[in-house]
Design a binder for this molecule. Structure first.
Ligand SMILES: [Ca+2]
Length: 127
């Protein structure tokens, strides 16, 4: 996991993020002065960038759908009641849809390109 390009470990208590295999989720606390226990502050107009990678079980059946949906919980400087929102992968459909990825049925094609200068051979000159 990365927060603004800074690596975060899967372990709890060592930085602002962790992975829970039991709950099948990651938790990332964002903002200035975020800790391993609480989130920090994001000023109006400020943004933050989160990225994570997962390894899919190799025994998973090709075509299996994997659902991913983010949940963001926050409170405001003037609104102390926590607010929780879900990510929405389809803003044209009512409600909040998770992002769906299907396990590949065929590995992606890999294209190899090779270029080289033709070898020059020392051949005897023809006479
Ligand atoms: Ca961590």
């Amino acid at each position: 996991m990365w927060v603004n390009s800074v690596n975060q470990t899967d372990l709890a208590g060592d930085d602002t993020a962790e992975h829970s295999a039991l709950e099948n989720k990651i938790t990332i606390r964002l903002g200035t002065l975020a800790t391993f226990l609480t989130g920090g502050t994001l000023l109006p107009g400020e943004s933050t960038f989160v990225r994570f990678r997962v390894i899919v079980n190799a025994a998973m059946t090709p075509g299996t759908a994997i659902y991913n949906q983010a949940s963001v919980s926050y409170s405001g400087a003037n609104v102390t009641e926590p607010i929780t929102e879900l990510s929405d992968s389809d803003t044209n459909a009512p409600g909040n849809q998770p992002h769906v990825v299907f396990v590949n049925t065929t590995p992606p094609a890999i294209q190899l390109t090779h270029s080289a200068t033709p070898a020059l051979h020392n051949r005897p000159a023809r006479t």
